[in-house]
Ligand binder design. Structure first.
Ligand SMILES: [Ca+2]
Ligand SMILES: [Ca+2]
Length: 440
């Protein structure tokens, strides 16, 4: 199962995260994602980075630092980190961290994320270090990489000697390497944090993790899914708008089945699942944005609800969750909508389906709710009926005028027996019938 998170309140909501590999608790050598999508993996983990110390002493520039000092260095390339693209100057703090912006000299380390920790933070070994009593700090930059190395820098209380480095690469790679480290090793923070100090990825905080000849990489996976709730609340019988953003960095198309779900509580907890509608999706390389509307049935009681998008795109599991409220809107237009329905929303440049087509229901077999999707090339009178194996009409799901576009209708079959059922779409001259299997 995907971890589920309840992240936001009632106003404009943004939530995204992506899960790669194991989705259970982080093992010792990998972790994340954070709420932006960064994950980390170390050289002790299969598939992790290789430790390969880069010696820049004598090749780069020494930074002469006092205790609790912060000095600028020059970035040789721009660097994308969380929501920002940084260039120009960045900052080095003597206490084992760098930042794209912070001139703090913080020596007391915190877990991440934290409003007490510097913003835009890359903390390799954030602890109270003191280069005024020993060791050296160097930096080096070229078109490929920017490296900051602490060489035999002791703790504040003049014990030990710590040699480690932070390497940023021009392709937005983040690497920490630990060459030779000294006790105490369980009083530091290792991790990263974003600009407003609300999202961070903690590798270690005041625990024994760092050891000699260790490398840690931070990665932003190739496929990310974001969902943005565009409606602060939705009304019974009305529409709930949201935007889906897919960031595909694979260089090619990605495909999979995404399931759009609604829940009867905050947090997108599967235990509160109300309706789920699967859609086959393909996204090209780059960023794709789609607008959707979820039509809420008149019967939905006011209260907290959530919606999610869940699935796998070319092997990468994706998930995002939106919380919202259903409220009793005034005036309430009775009859506006009686079923949950997912529609890819109109945009001025929206491309409507060129053919009318009935799709296979999803899931199938099912117990006891399934979704039937169909495309309408033009607006018109539409009926969608469900029949049992003897041809008897079981239920009419749609009977009336519908807009052109893609439509999804849910059927709750909890009141009928297991068996094969047929659903028939009639739209203008188009008719099609498909079968589905109810298994209780
Ligand atoms: Ca210090
Ligand atoms: Ca400490």
């Amino acid at each position: 199962m995907h971890p589920r998170k309840s992240l936001f309140g009632l106003v404009l909501l943004v939530s995204a995260f992506l899960v790669i590999g194991s989705t259970g608790p982080a093992s010792a050598g990998m972790g994340g994602p954070d709420d932006f999508g960064y994950v980390w993996i170390d050289s002790d983990e299969p598939g992790g980075p290789t430790y390969n110390w880069v010696d820049i002493t004598g090749r780069g520039t020494q930074i002469y630092m006092s205790d609790d000092d912060n000095e600028p260095i020059t970035m040789p390339f721009s660097f994308h980190f969380y929501d920002n693209n940084f260039s120009g100057e960045m900052r080095v703090c003597s206490n084992g961290w760098v930042s794209f912006t912070s001139t703090s000299t913080a020596y007391s380390n915190y877990g991440l994320p934290s409003s007490n920790a510097p913003e835009n933070l890359l903390a390799a070994f954030w602890d109270d270090l003191n280069p005024s009593t020993g060791g050296q700090i160097w930096w080096f930059g070229n078109s490929d990489s920017l490296i900051v190395s602490w060489i035999e820098v002791p703790h504040y209380y003049q014990t030990g000697a710590n040699t480690f480095q932070i390497i940023l690469t021009a392709d937005d790679g983040i690497h920490y390497q630990f060459n030779s480290m000294s006790d105490p090793l369980n009083e530091c923070t290792v991790g990263i944090q974003n600009d407003n100090q609300t999202i961070g990825l903690q590798v270690a905080y005041d625990e024994s993790y760092v050891h000699n000849q260790l490398a840690v990489d931070f990665l932003l996976p190739d496929v990310m899914l974001f969902c943005d709730n565009l409606s602060p609340q939705f009304c019974q019988g009305k529409k709930f708008y949201f935007m889906v953003t897919v960031n595909n960095r694979t260089g090619g198309n990605i495909s999979g089945i995404l399931t759009f779900s609604g829940y009867t509580a905050y947090g997108c907890d599967p235990a509160n699942l109300l309706v789920a509608m699967g859609r086959n999706k393909t996204y090209p390389a780059g960023t794709t944005q789609e607008y959707y509307m979820l039509k809420v049935p008149n019967s939905a009681a006011p209260g907290p609800y959530s919606a999610s998008i869940d699935g796998s795109l070319s092997g990468s599991d994706v998930f995002c969750c939106m919380n919202t409220d259903i409220i009793d809107c005034v005036p309430w237009r009775i009859g506006d909508n009686t079923e949950w329905e997912l529609v890819q929303a109109d945009r001025p440049e929206a491309i409507l389906p060129t053919v009318t087509e009935l799709h296979q229901n999803y899931p199938n077999p099912f117990n006891a709710t399934t979704s039937i999707s169909f495309d309408l090339a033009e607006a018109g009178n539409v009926s969608l009926n469900v029949y049992d194996i003897t041809g008897r009409l079981v239920v009419t799901l749609v009977d009336g005028q519908m807009d052109a576009g893609s439509h999804v209708v849910a059927w709750d079959a909890s009141n009928v027996a297991s068996g094969v059922y047929f659903y028939k779409l009639t739209a203008g001259d188009y008719t099609a019938t498909k079968s589905m299997n109810l298994l209780k």
